[in-house]
Design a protein around this ligand. Sequence first.
Ligand SMILES: Cc1ncc(C[n+]2csc(CCOP(=O)(O)OP(=O)(O)O)c2C)c(N)n1
Length: 937
Amino acid sequence: MYTLENFYGPNAGYVLELYERYKQDPALVDEATRAIFAAWTPEQAPQQLPESQPAELTAPQLAHALAASALAHAIRERGHLGAHLDPLGSSPVGDPALLPQKHGLNDEDLAHLPASVVGGHAAEGVSNALEAINALHAMYSGTISYEFDQVKSPDERAWLRDAVGLRQYHTSPDAATARKLLKRLTQVEVFERYLHQTFPGQKRFSIEGTDVLVPMLDEITSGAIDSESKEVIIGMAHRGRLNVLAHVFGKSYAAILAEFSHAKHEQGTPLTDSFGFGWTGDVKYHLGAEHMLGEGASITLKAILSPNPSHLEFVNPVVEGMARAGQESRDEPGPPVQDVDHTLPILIHGDAAFPGEGVVAETLNMWHLRGYWVGGTIHIILNNQLGFTTSQEDARSTPFASDLAKGFGLPIIHVNADDPHACLTAVCLAHAYRDQFHKDVMIDLVGYRRWGHNEGDEPAFTQPQMYERIRSHPTVRELYARRLEEAGIVSRDEADAMEKDAFSLLEQAKREADGGVRLPDEEEIKNGNGYHHVAKTPLPATAEQLTAYNDELLTWPESFSPHPKLARTLQRRANTLGPEGGIDWGQAEALAFASILAEGVPIRLTGQDSERGTFSHRHAVLHNQANDEVYVPLQHLRAAKASFSIYNSPLSEVGALGFEYGYSVHAPDVLVLWEAQYGDFANVAQVIIDQFVSSGRAKWRQNSSLVLLLPHGYEGQGPEHSSARLERYLQLSAQDNWRVANCSTSAQYFHLLRQQAHLLERAPRPLIVMMPKSLLRHPLASSSLQDLVEGSFKTVIDDQQARENPESVRRIALCSGKIAIDLLLQQSRPHADDVAIVRVEMLYPFPADELKQVLAGYPRAREVVWVQEEPQNMGAWSYMAPRLTKIMPRNHKLEVISRPARSSPATGFYDRYQAEQEQIIAEASGLPLEQPRGKHV
Ligand SMILES: Cc1ncc(C[n+]2csc(CCOP(=O)(O)OP(=O)(O)O)c2C)c(N)n1
């Protein structure tokens, strides 16, 4: 490669030599050189050269032409380093390559060269290279600038360069549109000013400094209406949210002002009325909204603002999942049919949060994956150059807030938030790129923050100089009003009148708010959550149906050859529907899925290696050994009335789970399942579990029926592959927020899945399932066709053996999941007749009635022990103890048998694991306890 110095001065001779070679045969020079020669070669250029100049250039002319070409290239590639992006006027980073002098050129040299050495749209309609270079500077180093070199496809780069030069995307509004824009900016500013004056010091996370976001969103939504999209889904943090709610989502000023005044809290607003109803609400700048957009008869676009927690950026994967859900039709068998033009996702980021939070990278990594693609997201960094009190130098290691996006090949548009026309150009271009290529695109909207992080903060404590500048910096409305005044479009009086009108609307709204505004939630709260009143059991599947599904699931096209070993393993499933049973977990799941699809409920399952199943137990996707083609039997089921999709997820938890949560929220009729590779990896997704799955309903009345499959069980695999941290889910259980199950047989899992599908509409709740590992194929955990056909999900399973002689039972050993099988395996239990082993299969909601009934069935029992594999400070014990105490007969004592309290969930030494496990089983089976390990409660 050449350095810039190669193209002039002492190197001119060398360049001429290269040019001679190029003329002989272009293939004799490398690609980069070829491209430069092609830009000015006489084949293209002679007609644009002044007539006096010969087609063949002299050596100095040639050197200047090459230098000009290199300068043009530098501006296109690095013009953003010289762009005027900061409204507060800080100098651009700069790059010497953007200056003609660095290339050995001055203005006169450029003026003597043809515009064609610069090429592209900059060369159109100008008479020499100097004018073309100036035009190029205006395009790439003005108040808008571009970074495209990271875009891998040459076609896309060419399209983007073309789009920058074309007038088509450049906003130069006519007088009426300019007036409308000024009015919008006035509404945005006056809204914030009004709140500032009326509620001094109250948090609102003002948009001021990036006010132009609102007209930018207006532009995107009207573009979406033109593109016939049906939905836009927006994810954003607190900054500017109230303004977006008011102006993009049509939330009434009165409702917002009422929230500030707390006007309704004494009269039955959620906070006081919601006790017991599962809704506790959220602060106003986290709330979501829905609004229909359009004009007159064509109100066709549904705008959705996803609610989000304070945790910055974690809403990103949720919005992507919602978008995917909105884009898919699922009412036919086979894979869902996706229309990416139906739904447009928009993510608004913070300049500190975007480079800082890992979930951003996890979400960006999904953009091109089969199971996660949404046809492109428009990203906007609301760049106010500060994160709370942290300056950019301390917030990131890269020059631009958007640099992370370069690694994912996104085109980036930087724009100064004080130039509304440039900002609208940025969104038009971004939207057009998304529509054309269906890929993500990034806008870095550089503004400032007029107040502190929130309105109670004093920003000058930490950024004195910056805030000195901000104090005297006119607002974007003021700047735009002056611009329109100078252009003779809007007079000062007109601009002032716009302000007055905006104020009087707010004053009127305040009067309404003070008079009491009805909040829309009361009816729902009155009705409670209804969970306890629905029929939980679906109609059973028949033996004939399940047998037919089973046959079909074991059939693939004749030309298709799965791995022979796998084919043999799967064929074993052909023999398990007889009386001898043997339906294992994988088969029970497949049959449950088949019957759910036959009832018209679509299914989507994702997770790391979930197509095969981490433990090689699922094999929902078969691979032809001859050509790598795949065959998904559940997509070919004749009885299916809905789609089935399954994807291996990327190696991500927080991003992957967030996506599925969003999908489940926006497609409530779908059984959406996310599987952790091992249950404990779900702690990487803890924010999604805490902030969305467990609490979304309480905070935002957001319903999800997402199923989390979390492999769990002590099998000697060490600290990280044993526990799915059941205790955490149980600690978060309240207000009927979800269901937590730990099944001990494949039939129970079968019924649990069918029940969840049945409850999607009736009582939507997430379902947390502790999944087995060794039990996947364990004979004692497997089931028969009869178990599938005749049974239904049992929240508690009594001990059949003990039931034969209940009078002799002295101790009731309660347990859940795999330890139950370990206990039942004790063929020669020393006190088999004395101890009843009772399985609690649904831990939350706590099956109090069922347990009471079981306990009452052993009249001579005096002791209840909770047996768990987990250490005493983990597992279900802390959750069960107070609940069991409440329901136990008074003359019973309650004990726990477990590993002792530990900081790490399991030992790393297999022999120690085994000894511990044996001790737990021995203690649970023996009577009485010689050395009680637990405490009486
Ligand atoms: C995950 C997370 N960590 C920390 C915070 C606390 N916090 C709230 S706002 C903020 C600064 C955000 O800066 P930026 O992303 O630039 O957005 P801005 O507030 O400037 O609009 C921080 C650190 C948070 N909300 N979320």
